[in-house]
Design a protein around this ligand. Structure first.
Ligand SMILES: Cc1ncc(COP(=O)(O)O)c(C=O)c1O
Length: 371
C-alpha cells in the first residue's frame, strides 16, 4: 500500500496554519483546578442571560420540531430584521454565528492573489479565515489602540477585496466616530468592500457612534455584521447575520451553507428582537457598574488598562498573563490571556454582575499583591 503523503495533499497555507485551541469544557476545567464554581469572564458573554421573551421560546420548544430541518434561509427572522431596521429581507443573510458569515463573505469575493485588510490587534477570525483559505491578510497596526484609517487606506492595492473594521474594536473597545467612518468610506470610494463588524454595537451609548445600517444607504460597498451572541446572550445557539445591499447579499448567499442555523436559534433571535429595550438598558447598567468597580481597583493598584466601549476591559500586568490566568482559575474565575493575540501580558475581562466583579477584584488584588 502507498504511504499517505500529507505534504503532497495539504496546501502550503494549511500546513503553515496553526489551529486555534478553544478552552476545555467548564466541568473539565473545574476538575483540573479543583474548584466547585467557575465565573466565565473570558468570552464577553452577557451574564444576565437572554431577554425574557427568549426564555419562553426555549422552555416551550416543541420536541416535534426536533426532527424537522430548520428554515433554510431564515425566512421569518429576515422578515423580523427587515421590519426592525427598515430594510428589505433580501438584504440579510443569517449564519451560524457571525463567524460563519465572515467566512461566507471572504469565500464569495476573494480568489487567488487577493488580499483582505484589517488591524493587527482585533478579532482574529477575519485574519484566520483569509489565511486558511489561502489569501493574504494585511494587518495594519492599531494607532493609540484604535484602527488606523490612513494606514489601512495606504495598505490597499489592486488586489484588496475587503477591509474589515471592528467597531467598537474587540479587544480594545475603541471606535471610529461617524465623521471618521464617513471619511474612510469616501476615501475607499467603492474600490473594495468594507465590512463593519458591529458585534458589540448594542453596548455603545455614544451619540457619535456610527450606525452601519444607516450608512449603507449611501455606500453600496458596505456590509455590516451583527451577532446575537453578545448583547442578546444567545451564544450557545450560534446565530449572527450580515446586512448589505441585495446585490451584495445575493453574491454572498452563493457561498453560504443553507440550513446552518437551527430552529431554536432562529426563533430565539426573533424573540430577542421583540424586547422593548428594557433588557438592553439593564445590561448596559450592569456593565457601567462593573466598569466603575474594576477601574477603581485598577487605579488604586496603579495598573495600565483600556476601558472603552463593549462589555469588556483589558489590563496590562507587570508579570505573565498565563500566571494570572492559572491563579484566578484556582479561585474559580476564568479570564482571557492576550499574549497570543499580540498583547503580551495583557488580560481581557468580561464585565458582569457586581457580586462576581467584586469576587474578581478580591482575587485579582490578592494575586497581584503576592506577585
Ligand atoms: C468582534 C466580534 N465579531 C464577531 C464575533 C463572533 O460572534 P459569533 O458568536 O456571532 O460568531 C465575536 C465573538 O467574540 C466578536 O468579538
Amino acid at each position: 500500500m502507498t504511504l499517505l503523503d500529507f505534504n503532497r495533499l495539504v496546501p502550503a497555507h494549511i500546513q503553515a496554519f496553526e489551529a486555534y485551541a478553544p478552552s476545555r469544557p467548564d466541568t473539565e476545567l473545574m476538575r483540573l483546578y479543583g474548584v466547585n464554581h467557575l465565573h466565565r469572564l473570558n468570552n464577553n458573554e452577557n451574564a444576565l442571560g437572554p431577554p425574557p421573551e427568549v426564555f419562553q421560546i426555549v422552555e416551550a420548544f416543541p420536541p416535534r420540531a426536533v426532527p424537522v430541518y430548520p428554515n433554510g434561509d431564515c425566512f421569518d427572522l429576515r422578515r423580523v430584521l427587515a421590519e426592525k431596521f427598515k430594510k428589505n429581507p433580501a438584504q440579510f443573510l443569517v449564519g451560524n454565528g457571525s463567524c460563519e458569515v465572515i467566512a461566507s463573505v471572504i469565500k464569495a469575493f476573494c480568489e487567488e492573489g487577493d488580499n483582505i485588510i484589517t488591524a493587527d490587534k482585533t478579532f482574529a477570525v477575519y485574519e484566520w479565515v483569509a489565511e486558511f483559505s489561502g489569501f493574504e491578510a494585511k494587518l495594519v497596526p492599531l494607532k493609540e489602540h484604535t484602527f488606523d484609517p490612513d494606514a489601512m487606506l495606504s495598505a490597499m492595492d489592486g488586489r484588496t477585496k475587503i477591509l474589515f473594521v471592528c467597531n467598537p474594536n474587540n479587544p480594545t473597545g475603541t471606535y471610529w466616530d461617524t465623521p471618521t467612518m464617513i471619511d474612510f468610506l469616501d476615501r475607499v470610494d467603492n474600490r473594495s468592500l468594507v465590512v463593519i463588524d458591529e458585534a458589540y454595537c448594542e453596548y455603545v451609548e455614544k451619540e457619535n457612534f456610527p450606525d452601519g445600517l444607516a450608512l449603507m444607504e449611501r455606500y453600496p460597498n458596505l456590509i455590516v455584521f451583527r451577532t446575537f451572541s453578545k448583547m442578546y446572550a444567545l451564544a450557545s445557539l450560534r446565530i449572527g447575520y450580515l446586512c448589505g445591499t441585495s446585490e451584495v447579499v445575493d453574491i454572498v448567499r452563493r457561498t453560504h451553507v443553507v440550513y446552518s442555523v437551527n430552529t431554536m436559534a432562529q426563533r430565539s433571535a426573533a424573540a430577542a428582537l421583540s424586547n422593548d429595550g428594557a433588557f438592553i438598558k439593564d445590561t448596559r447598567k450592569m456593565v457601567t457598574e462593573a466598569k466603575l468597580l474594576v477601574c477603581t481597583m485598577l487605579d488604586e493598584l496603579g495598573l495600565t488598562y483600556l476601558c472603552n466601549q463593549g462589555n469588556y476591559l483589558m489590563v496590562h500586568l507587570p508579570f505573565s498573563d498565563t500566571l494570572m490566568y492559572r491563579k484566578l482559575m484556582t479561585k474559580g474565575i476564568m479570564i482571557r490571556t492576550m499574549t497570543g493575540f499580540r498583547f503580551p501580558n495583557w488580560i481581557r475581562i468580561s464585565l458582569v454582575q457586581l457580586p462576581v466583579m467584586a469576587e474578581f477584584c478580591r482575587a485579582f488584588k490578592q494575586i497581584f499583591q503576592e506577585e
